[in-house]
Design a protein around this ligand. Structure first.
Ligand SMILES: *Cc1c(COP(=O)(O)O)cnc(C)c1O
Length: 453
């Protein structure tokens, strides 16, 4: 076998439907609650924030949801994305494992995020929306929505977590190139931002704060809605194109994964690559080992509490049951900005609670070390977030070697690191330090969890 092994699908193999895991779950996830009444939210409660098509997907039980043709048309620019067999990495590790990775860095924004940004922009446009507000952590989501907004003729306003705004000036340039507005959060444009600045003038921001700002702006105007790049059911749904394509590619390879690995920030690329395989398992197919990987400095699934919490800091969002570190928790400013969210997708939390996922956490320096080894073997520099998946895949491959067994390992290489070279600079200069989360700060944030009967 040659060293470059790539499983390429035809354009006609771009999925025609997204896969909805809700249809196959042994029990439904707990309902989303209204922040004031604690009653399950209905479509009308969400209507100021999202287009109706998206709200319907959020609660749908249909197994397959059709991908609109204009969305598939944009997908065609980079989908189907390639699946590679990491032969050179296998040799470097001298492992009997068969390592595969699905590469989402081929999208124009460099990550998996356009899979949902394109779909959300389409539905907003279809329902006459003029402007979408959002937040972004590392800038991947803001970039993806900026791109989607320009393709569908929508104004995009992005609140970018201040620490990333400062660390990643080129992300802002990317967004502005597509005509989006990019504002450092906390900002003085919103009441939520001003409240944080009054108490913490030097606040470096958090996704929770940025969400509050974006939501506040969206509810102020009828022609404006809000978009979220992760966490919600419809976002995970749109990302299932990743796993659906991977299944066809495994058919081509004549193989099937024993282990599927993905980094988890809000859980969307994890859900995207794993749900189609998990659905197969839940319908009586082969059992697979799902590994969700998060940073030790923001250990939502491994150390958080499975409880009802707000999605944002100012408590404007509905209450969702999820693994959470508390909505006021501000994680340290480590480099995998996309993994700094205090909560988790309710669907990912639910299946973790059901024992269907093995979550694990790694420190940032060991992840960069793994990412650099991967780059040398495979020629692709992963995003710092993606390095968490790379690290877990390498560990699993080394475990195969120890145990003398060959397993098929699939991981999602969810983005490239070309916008993250400052992080690599810091790592290469030996300036990157491991950060533990602050136990007392998490305790404080968790003490503030809303009490839900
Ligand atoms: C946003 C992002 C993540 C984290 O978000 P998920 O919803 O957990 O996928 C991970 N990796 C990359 C490259 C991202 O852009």
């Amino acid at each position: 076998m040659s060293d470059t092994v790539k499983y390429v699908l035809d354009e006609k193999d771009i999925p025609r439907h997204w896969y909805n895991i809700m249809a196959d779950l042994p029990s439904p996830p707990p309902p989303v609650l209204h922040p004031a009444t604690h009653q399950p939210v209905g479509p009308d409660d969400l209507a100021p924030l999202f287009p109706m098509a998206v709200i319907q997907q959020e609660v749908s039980q249909e197994r397959e949801i059709e991908i609109p043709e204009p969305v598939r048309e944009v997908y065609r620019q980079w989908r189907p994305s390639p699946l590679f067999r990491a032969r050179r990495l296998e040799k470097m590790l001298d492992t009997p494992a068969r390592i595969y990775y699905k590469y989402e860095g081929v999208s124009p924004a460099g990550s998996h995020k356009p899979n949902t940004a394109i779909a959300q922009a389409f539905y907003n446009k279809q329902e006459g929306v003029k402007r979408i507000t959002t937040e972004t952590g590392a800038g991947q989501w803001g970039s993806s929505l900026a791109l989607a907004g320009s393709l569908f003729g929508l104004e995009i306003e992005v609140f970018m977590v201040k620490v990333s705004f400062q660390q990643k000036p080129y992300r802002r340039s990317f967004m502005e190139t597509f005509g989006a507005k990019c504002i450092a959060s906390p900002s003085d444009m919103t009441e939520a931002g001003r409240a944080v600045l009054r108490e913490h003038p030097d606040s470096t921001g958090s996704l929770g704060i940025a969400i509050s700002e974006a939501v506040e702006r969206a509810v102020q105007r009828d022609d404006t809605k809000y978009a979220l790049g992760s966490v919600l059911n419809h976002v995970l749904l749109h990302q299932t194109v990743i796993g659906l394509e991977a299944m066809k590619q495994f058919d081509l390879a004549g193989d099937y994964p024993d282990i599927v690995i993905a980094p988890t920030g809000g859980g969307s690329n994890f859900g995207g690559i794993t749900f189609p395989f998990l659905g197969e398992q839940l319908r009586g197919g082969r059992k697979i080992d799902l590994v969700a990987v998060e940073p030790s400095a923001c250990p939502t699934l491994t150390r958080g509490k499975y409880a009802y919490d707000f999605g944002d800091t100012a408590h404007l969002t509905p209450l969702v049951k999820m693994h959470t570190l508390g909505s006021t928790y501000v994680p340290p400013g480590f480099h995998a900005g996309g993994l700094r969210y205090h909560g988790m997708a309710p669907l990912v939390s639910h299946i973790t609670d059901l024992g269907l996922v093995r979550p694990r956490a790694y420190q940032q320096t060991e992840c960069f070390e793994a990412g650099i080894l991967f780059a040398k073997a495979e020629g692709i520099i992963p995003a710092p977030e993606a390095n968490h998946g790379v690290k877990a895949a390498i560990d699993e491959a080394l475990r195969c070697k120890e145990e003398g067994v060959s397993r098929a390992i699939l991981f999602n290489l969810c983005g490239h690191g070309h916008f993250d070279m400052q992080a690599y600079r810091d790592y290469l200069d030996g300036k990157l330090v491991d950060q533990e989360y602050d136990e007392s700060e998490i305790a404080m944030a968790l003490a503030g969890l809303p009490s839900v009967a």
